[in-house]
Design a protein around this ligand. Sequence first.
Ligand code: FE2
Length: 169
Amino acid sequence: MLPMPVADLMAVGDELLRTGKRVRVLWQTDDTLAFVARGREYRSEFHLDPSDEVMFMIKGEMKLHYRFPDGREDIQVLKQGEVVYTAASVPHSPRFPPDAYLLVMERRRRPGEVDRFQWFCPKCDGFLHEEQFVVHDYTLDPVSKAYANFFDSESARTCKGCGHVMPKP
Ligand SMILES: [Fe+2]
């Protein structure tokens, strides 16, 4: 991939903030995918990524919610300038404000791999809904698509356990 792309992370984040966009893909090849994301104030789902992820906090602070195999949830705080490694398939929910910026590095998905996005009931923590995507091109912003589907469906947001309806933002 020549010439070799270089990105000024703070400048990319500032441009996202100015234009109201959420994500800018810096590059994607078979072995590497890098993008800068602004926070989503409504982010509540857990992402199960078939690829490992490395996340670096460019600006601001993140509360990285994640789940153990037994379903227990914990939070890792990622401060500005810190980097975290999240292994493939660990359910994780990167929660940070819209004026904070995050660099995410993954790899392009292999044939047959599926990204999963799972929501849990805010009231009883029961499983609510899952969206699945084949992410062949990250510039298509699969996270925004997953949320659009989820918010559009009241039945997806209704807990089968306790009946609570998770509101749209
Ligand atoms: Fe519930």
